[in-house]
Design a protein around this ligand. Structure first.
Ligand SMILES: Nc1ncnc2c1ncn2[C@@H]1O[C@H](COP(=O)(O)OP(=O)(O)OP(=O)(O)O)[C@@H](O)[C@H]1O
Length: 258
């Protein structure tokens, strides 16, 4: 089966600067849940920006469903891939429902029609995404009046309304309380989509992901099932701390010291 996302020989750096990401090679099968972990500045968000076609690799290729993502139009890419980012829209006057409705834009014919009130099928998809993210009670409130966690759920609902095959999330559990963190990760797992998410919380990564990719200084340090990728040696190397993992319980417990 065609990989959902595949990076081959990818390097990236800002213009006029040395590479920040080097020699990145991995392939994510359709339906896989992958967490990307690593220290601050390791290159996680930069890697996601390459995957959601925000920036082009300096060398190498990023493929989405087998096609070079830069051979696709932005709209075609958005029909297959949705991104949930840490930066949120600045248009705080839009209601939560209007923001979720933006997820339908890549599927509308002609950008002008995208601003019209959604028709039957689109409206049903938007309402389903609102319901799924438990936003019904606040759907008509301006986005700017929502709490950080509620806004995060609106952004996930927008991604769901986009009906992508791949969903990329940058720190999706930021701002969420424990219950909403667990609910969001369970929901993402149950979608049957390919999911690539950066996560700082290694316990959540170990429980949620089938595969963990660990970056260090812009290179892949480990890539594999959580039990293998999240080893004491790898974590010590990735985060420059002493790491202990207690695997005696149902899920691993991580402890760290300097
Ligand atoms: N456009 C840019 N220009 C200059 N430096 C950049 C640019 N984008 C990223 N960097 C640098 O690249 C490195 C990796 O940044 P990135 O945001 O990808 O890290 P991260 O792993 O997501 O970090 P964090 O956990 O702190 O969010 C950082 O040192 C950052 O300052």
């Amino acid at each position: 089966m065609t990989a959902a996302v595949e990076l081959s020989g990818v390097c990236w750096g800002p213009r006029g600067r040395p590479d920040i990401l080097s020699d990145i090679n991995f392939s994510v099968p359709q339906g896989q849940i992958m967490a990307v972990c690593g220290a601050n500045g390791a290159g996680k968000s930069s890697l996601l920006r390459l995957i959601y076609r925000h920036q082009a690799p300096r060398r190498g290729t990023v493929r989405l469903m087998g096609r070079d993502i830069w051979a696709l139009s932005a709209t075609d890419a958005a029909r297959s891939l949705a991104a949930v980012l840490q930066e949120q829209p600045t248009d705080f006057a839009l209601t939560a429902r209007q923001i979720v409705a933006l997820g339908r834009l890549p599927h509308r014919r002609g950008w002008g029609s995208g601003l019209a009130t959604p028709g039957g099928e689109d409206a049903a998809i938007i309402e389903a995404a609102i319901l799924r993210m438990d936003l019904t009670a606040m759907a008509d409130r301006p986005f700017g009046t929502l709490s950080g966690g509620e806004r995060q759920r609106v952004m996930v609902a927008r991604a769901l309304a986009q009906q992508p095959r791949v969903i990329v999330l940058d720190e999706p559990t930021n701002h969420l309380d424990i219950r909403h963190q667990l609910e969001l990760l369970a929901l993402l797992k149950g979608l049957g989509l390919t999911v690539i998410a950066t996560l700082h919380d290694l316990t959540l990564a170990a429980e949620f992901a089938e595969r963990v990719l660990i970056l260090r200084d812009g290179r892949i340090l480990a890539d594999g099932p959580p039990d293998l990728a999240l080893s004491e040696t790898t974590l010590a190397d990735a985060f420059q701390v002493k790491a202990r993992i207690d695997r005696s319980g149902p899920s691993p417990r991580f402890s760290f010291h300097l």
